[in-house]
Design a protein around this ligand. Sequence first.
Ligand code: LHQ
Length: 254
Amino acid sequence: MVLKERQEGVLILTLNRPEKLNALTGALLDELYQALREAQEDPGVRALLLTGAGRAFSAGQDLGEFGEQKPDYEAHLRRYNRVVEAMSALEKPLVVAVNGAAAGAGMSLALWGDYRLAAQEATFTTAFVRIGLVPDSGMSFLLPRLVGLAKAQELLLLSPRLSAAEALALGLVHRVVPGERLLEEALAVAKELAQGPTRAYALTRKLLLETYRLSLTEALSLEAILQGEAGRTQDHEEGVRAFREKRPPRFVGR
Ligand code: LHQ
């Protein structure tokens, strides 16, 4: 259900239930969680790329999963939340290639990418209120931070279906490309990131998420602590050396 492929330091994860628009089931979420954990632990993986197989990225929760035996959603969301926690805690950059529809928690997962590309035919809809639910999988945290409160109110309360161009204009994605070029473009970004200073990326990711809940004084202090850490990496030394020698740096990810 989650395909894994390695290419030059990039782990490509593909949600693979194309016949169900990659709708999310507990089993798929558990596989995704395991794949993220393994990627985190594997020093050979220096960037991740998440995409979907077939015509959708992900339709969100598989609404057919539960039948008559609907579980308590609060409990079920633990399986989502550990995926989201794993994505947010990743110490490597995550590129997301939105190949088609991204709805509900499927859209939430897409937004956790540090760099998000969309195919021209991709669409985005929060979907939650359409079935009488509230945003989850970090959508209420991330969406207002990405697009501002006013747009988040609109997207969450009215749930319009946005085109890739509209998503780009709002800052939901960073780039839109023709569908047939999506994977190649996303892979090029992921490979570039996989050659980069992995620790600095990890710490930058952490700062961008943490500082939201900090005061300026606390944010400055966290920046200083993490700059201390970045300053002790081999990659920092190499970066400065390469700058002095007027050549491209060769980062090793430590
Ligand atoms: C689906 C689904 C789907 C099953 C399309 N499931 N079959 C967390 C925890 C606990 C509880 C619940 O929720 C959550 C988080 C969530 O994610 S809630 C939100 C769940 N997702 C949705 O409500 C999205 C529903 N789907 C859509 O809005 C559209 O189908 C999208 C925008 C994804 C795609 O639209 P189209 O490309 O126009 O395709 P379609 O609507 O014609 O769907 C194609 C088929 O896929 C269709 O089945 P059929 O047998 O008629 O061909 C749909 O029923 C099925 N499908 N989403 N989530």
